[in-house]
Design a protein around this ligand. Structure first.
Ligand SMILES: [Zn+2]
Length: 276
């Protein structure tokens, strides 16, 4: 997830400029947070499971991204599994208070690590229970994960700078997610194993849930939108945040194609969903 809003980017950019002008030996100036940032913090203040209705549950605020559970007639489908085994396990236990139906499918919306690193504990739990789990993603996603490995060291450093990981609590207004968010202490990057891929659009059924996977390049070129027609529910991955689209990351990730992104938003909007 790219939760830094445009105002945060401006805030960080202006802070860096001020530090540079004063010399690097001085402590950075603490700037009062923009009101929009305070509003964003208020919106995502507490981690919670949101019961969207019709068997859809969204775990929001626990981690960098959302983890979503769809309860079908014979099992459950999970969309994205957060950034770490630690957080995925925690949220999965919360989901298990709602239903004990077998895990039958995981959709990974794109290659960013905060959307699939939690696959491992869920798949291990399924294996221990004798459940077979389909893992769905766009045909390019696993390749992009592998390619990402090459630049991992420099991206980790730059991400720490981008997300304010080295700032004190006082200086870090909301960790870009919410005031209580703390990065996982057990972050281990695991490769992504996918069992079902698609190219442009495909329909799958698992656990009694029929859903479409739609290729919607935007925040990343492999972005998948999940559409469940029977529930009128759409899951746009990171193509839509509660913030200005992160068209270019200050950590130096590849340029995001704006034309692709807005065309994908049109595709998403034209589905006519009641829930997102
Ligand atoms: Zn993302």
């Amino acid at each position: 997830m790219e939760l830094l809003s445009f105002s945060v980017i401006l805030l960080l950019a202006s802070t860096n400029t001020a530090v540079g002008a004063q010399g690097t030996n001085q402590s950075p100036t603490v700037t009062e947070a923009n009101q929009n940032l305070d509003n964003r913090t208020e919106l995502a203040k507490a981690a919670r499971i949101i019961n969207v209705g019709d068997g859809i549950y969204c775990a929001n605020g626990y981690s960098l991204s959302n983890m979503i559970m769809i309860e079908g007639t014979t099992g459950i489908l999970i969309i994205d599994t957060l950034e770490s085994s630690e957080w995925a396990t925690f949220v999965y236990k919360e989901f298990r208070k709602i239903t004990s139906k077998p895990l039958m499918g995981i959709v990974v919306t794109h290659f960013h690590s905060d959307h699939f690193q939690g696959n491992i504990p869920l798949l291990e739990d399924a294996k221990n229970n004798g459940w077979s789990v389909n893992v769905y993603a766009h045909s390019s996603t696993a390749r992009l994960v592998a390619e990402n490995e090459f630049t991992q060291p420099i991206r980790t450093l730059r991400s720490a700078r981008q997300f304010g990981g080295i700032l004190s609590e006082q200086e870090n207004a909301n960790g870009s997610v919410n005031i209580d968010y703390k990065p996982s202490s057990k972050l281990v990057l695991e490769p992504l194993k996918v069992t079902h891929t698609y190219d442009e659009r495909a329909t799958f059924t698992v656990a009694g849930i029929t859903f479409d996977l739609i290729h919607t390049p935007g925040e990343t070129e492999d972005q998948t939108t999940v559409w469940i027609p029977s529930k009128r529910a759409v899951f746009p991955g990171d193509n839509i945040y509660q913030a200005f689209p992160n068209l270019y990351t200050i950590r130096g990730a590849p340029y995001r194609n704006v034309k692709h992104w807005y065309e994908s938003l049109d595709i998403t909007r034209n589905l006519g969903a009641d829930y997102m």
